[in-house]
Design a protein around this ligand. Structure first.
Ligand code: MV4
Length: 447
């Protein structure tokens, strides 16, 4: 097992990783920027090293400084959390070169899954269902139009370097193709330095359902069921739940098997997530694979009784997984509490938390790094807490979430709590019959 783990991250996920390390008896090193001097992850780690000024580019993305921090503290492993360097092939390579075990993906895996055309081709070969489309990179507009005619409109143009919706355009008819092509190419080039585009049939009104997998270095992969992340706004997830209201045992088996097949085909090691679109008929299609621990991992932990960070550490250290798949025994839902004003286009609201009360009681888990008197710096992500509620059924879960949101008091900054309160009483949300477009017609003006 590792002698000491450095956590190359901040906020709630840094704290989350430290908690598991302490339970495993592994000493920890926190790294922090000058903006995070008062952060809890420094207080709860065994050691802490300042790695630079406030901007991410000079601190949490500063590879030489993070490696130096690991060397001076004798850390033999690094956990990258999510965001920042979690899916950075260069960082993964530098860790390898310095004999530091990254509790995360190899550079090869990052490159393979980070390039969406390569990822899709790999999944097709493995027998995982994908959306009909060109699959390959498009040479020019002419080829694109030809493909679109064959598949049938509407189609969607996607950036091969994309993810999170950037460089993506829906094309409803051929007359719109050129304009969509030009703007997608431009956006992809500016965002990723890679203009490569590919094409797919556009799936209307889908659900976003993802399967949690874990693989060991002996080629074994298992899954831990799904998470439904259809409640998103501009590609930012706001609520996640498991099990999915649209996934029954038969579909869970099929999707789980597909995700495991995909994971085994690439000899996936560690925790990963295979994202699928599920259409109205219940057919599912591979979308992307994430090679990191995700923000919403706790709901899977709640219903499977697994510690996913512990599993990540164990498989990175060379331990075998049991190889059995895990099915939800309970119902769990996460609300992301962001320091944002939901009535003002979710504008970030950094600043001082003047007063704070966390909800408690049965079935409540709160993953957060904030406390009364804490000042949220303006430099990073605005997520300040994850409220995770677990109960026997979806209905009980929503009742409990409502109760917990009522107990949750944050003063000094605007948060997404009013949005979540309104959502929990929404008829369509309660019915479970919504798609990824649901929030497009949601009224945020009275929040
Ligand atoms: C799609 C799609 C419909 N059809 N692909 C959004 C981000 C990136 N991961 C892929 N995305 C989509 N791909 C086909 N062929 C619709 C989306 C999409 C979406 C997917 C999941 C959750 C929210 C979404 C919001 C808008 C579009």
């Amino acid at each position: 097992m590792f002698k000491k783990i450095l956590i190359a991250n901040r906020g709630e996920i840094a704290l989350r990783i430290i908690r598991t390390c302490r339970e495993m008896g592994i000493p920890t090193v926190a790294v922090y920027s000058t903006a995070d001097r008062e952060s809890l992850h420094i207080r709860f780690a065994d050691e802490a090293v300042c790695i630079g000024p406030a901007p991410s580019s000079t601190s949490y993305l500063n590879i030489p400084n993070i490696i130096a921090a690991a060397e001076i503290t004798n850390a033999d492993a690094i956990h990258p959390g999510y965001g920042f360097l979690a899916e950075n092939a260069e960082f993964s390579r530098v860790c390898e070169e310095n004999d530091i075990k990254l509790i995360g993906p190899s550079p090869e895996m990052i490159n393979k899954m980070g390039d969406k055309v390569t990822a899709k081709e790999t999944m097709i070969k493995a027998g995982v269902p994908t959306v009909p489309g060109s699959g390959g990179l498009l040479e020019d507009v002419k080829e694109g139009k030809g493909q679109a005619k064959k598949i049938g409109y509407p189609v969607i143009l996607k950036a091969t370097a994309g993810g999170g919706g950037k460089g993506m355009r829906i094309v409803k008819k051929e007359s719109e193709f050129q304009g969509a092509w030009d703007s997608a190419k431009m956006e992809a080039g500016a965002s990723f330095g890679n203009e490569g585009l590919y094409l797919e049939k556009f799936i209307e009104d889908p659900r976003h359902v993802e399967i949690q997998i874990i693989g060991d270095k002996y080629g074994k992969v298992c899954h831990l069921s799904e998470r439904d992340c259809s409640i998103q706004r501009r590609h930012q997830k706001l609520v996640e739940e498991t099990p999915s209201p649209v996934v029954d045992d038969a579909l869970r088996n099929k999707m789980g098997e597909a995700a495991v097949k995909g994971g085994e085909a690439i000899k996936y090691e560690g925790a990963g997530t295979v994202e699928f679109l599920v259409d109205k008929k219940g057919d599912f299609y591979f979308m992307e694979m994430n090679t990191r621990i995700q923000v919403e991992h706790p709901i899977t932990e709640q219903v499977t009784n697994f510690d996913l960070i512990k599993e990540q550490i164990k498989v990175a250290a060379g331990e075998k997984i049991s190889g059995i798949n895990y099915y939800p025994q309970l119902y769990s839902m996460e609300c992301r509490i962001n320091a944002e004003d939901p009535s003002k286009d979710f504008r970030p609201c950094p600043g001082k938390i003047t007063s704070l009360n966390f909800p408690g009681g049965q079935g409540i888990r709160l993953d957060s790094h904030v406390y009364a008197g804490y000042t949220i710096p303006p430099n990073y992500d605005s997520m300040i807490a994850k409220l995770i509620v677990t109960a026997q059924s979806r209905e009980e879960c929503i009742v409990r979430m409502n109760r917990a949101l009522d107990e949750f008091i944050i003063e000094g900054v605007k948060t997404t709590i009013p949005f979540h309160k309104k959502l929990m009483t929404d008829e369509i949300f309660n019915s479970g019959k919504f798609t990824t477009n649901f929030l497009e017609s949601f009224d945020f003006s009275d929040l």
